[in-house]
Design a protein around this ligand. Sequence first.
Ligand code: ATP
Length: 416
Amino acid sequence: MDAPSFGAHAIGFGTAPPCVPANRLTPKHASPYDLPAPHRQLRRAALNESNSGPIAAPALQLVALSKRFGDVVAVDNVDLTIDEGEFFSLLGPSGSGKTTVLRMIAGFELPTAGAVLLQGVDVTSRAPYDRDLNTVFQDYALFPHLSVQANVEYGLRVKGVGKAERRRRAGEMLDAVRLGSFGTRQPSQLSGGQRQRVALARALVNRPKVLLLDEPLGALDLKLREEMQVELKTIQAEVGITFVFVTHDQGEALSMSSRVAVFNNGRIEQVGPPREIYEAPTTTFVATFVGTSNVLSVEVSGQLLGVDAAHSLRPERIRVDGEPAGADEVSIGGAVDDVQYLGSDSRIRVGLSDGSHLTATVPSHTAADITKDDSVILTFPSSAAFKVVDTGTAAGDELADLEPLELEAVSRNPDS
Ligand code: ATP
């Protein structure tokens, strides 16, 4: 892609003083006044500059990043900081803007507004080849006529690295992705998972500061995909390079990432470690897109919890064993209208007095006697319900249809 001439040389960044590693560039070594005016303020804010001494820059920063395609706002004012060595996932449904963000980081797309900083250096308008990062795509994009070894060596050859050094580094990287003995094969002689690992080795061999991965496991079948999730996480830990991973698969994001950003309509709804995202979602969208959740409307929350705000409640936090509510627990009665047997767990959908539903997920061995039309009592700790901002619910979620309820509270601990 042609980019405006606003590269490292022109803005005076990227050249560290001798003996100062690039990742130690600080405001002291790289003055913001070398930047064109609109970027100075962004960069100052992004680097949190102060007089209190040098601060190591994060691996990647997005500052007020936006992208419009005509009338479509694909990315809307996104701020994000990704630290060195993170396995960071951009998670969201189709069309939520995650690929456009990745493409702006890679330099394939110019932002309409905002900045992309790589280790503190503004790379917003640099061409893709002038950014110290690499991208792995879903379709591998291997050269079919080159051997595995030659594919991995390719980037080093372009950079003019000598033959012996190329051999050594490509060999090391193939070992790292457990394909050390596959160097002489052609891509057509490999499985899908092996091809994806060659693509990974090829992208990592130049030791980029950041590796971008755009749904790299999307083309693999489920079993291979699960194996590759473990492989990818292990390889990332071994090489220590920052990974930015785009996926619409919440299980994948939760199981692999140090942190996750959940996208919806071009905006980030929540950023945090997987456990926090799953257990304490802050919006109705996150609650229903990441796993399944009951969303308690403002009215229901008021009646059950005495709080005037919508709440999310994970199905596995609800018990249906009929035991009395303990301290800080809340109970409500209803009639079972569906039991779904899922193997180790069963999902029990309970109709409430106003015609809406709550769903509980319980171990199947505790639910053997529960059948349709049984009267049950649903009990959950009030601390399991999290206040959420109403940003809409993920499309297709069966739990998203809760209307304001006339609830029949069976019991509620008065102290809760
Ligand atoms: P997916 O998982 O399906 O790839 P995504 O979350 O990555 O989705 P994007 O590809 O970033 O979403 O798209 C965000 C929005 O921008 C969508 O509405 C999309 O149609 C629109 N969009 C993306 N690229 C273009 C383009 N080149 N021209 C016009 N609209 C675009």
